[in-house]
Design a protein around this ligand. Structure first.
Ligand code: SF4
Length: 124
């Protein structure tokens, strides 16, 4: 019997099925999923893992007491996992001032991914 190449927990629904993937030539044999969404999740996780990135940044010109308010931001779509730290470097250096509308594009096509960084909060 082959060694499991990777063990995963499917995060698509609350059942959290344990999934095992075995290398099979240049492909994978995947087992343990209970539906096709789980199989697709595992395949994508093995070949091109992506993540939604959510974080907060200081919001210039808006304070609450003596501290700056923070603006919730996120990527418009999941980004390749290997780019998360590079995207965070860009986000960390953003200078955003009030007013900010929910959904406002803060960085368009970040790192040529075709994905935007947008505000998920709103401040006047
Ligand atoms: S494999 Fe299907 S049933 Fe199992 S956790 Fe994933 S989505 Fe849910």
């Amino acid at each position: 019997m082959n060694e499991a190449a990777k063990s995963l927990i499917c995060i698509i629904c609350p059942l959290g099925c344990p999934i095992s993937a075995f290398e099979k030539g240049e492909d994978f044999f995947i087992e343990g999923y209970q539906c096709l969404k789980g199989r697709d999740y595992a395949y994508n996780e093995l070949t091109n893992p992506v993540r939604m990135l959510t974080t907060t940044i200081p919001l210039e010109g808006s304070t609450q007491g003596s501290t700056s308010r923070r603006l919730a931001v996120r990527t418009s779509d999941p980004i390749p996992k290997h780019l998360i730290f590079s995207v965070m470097d860009v986000i960390r250096n953003l200078k955003v001032k009030v007013p900010v509308k929910r959904g406002q594009v803060l960085v368009s096509n970040i790192l040529n991914t075709g994905i935007d960084v947008i505000a998920s909060g709103e401040y006047d």
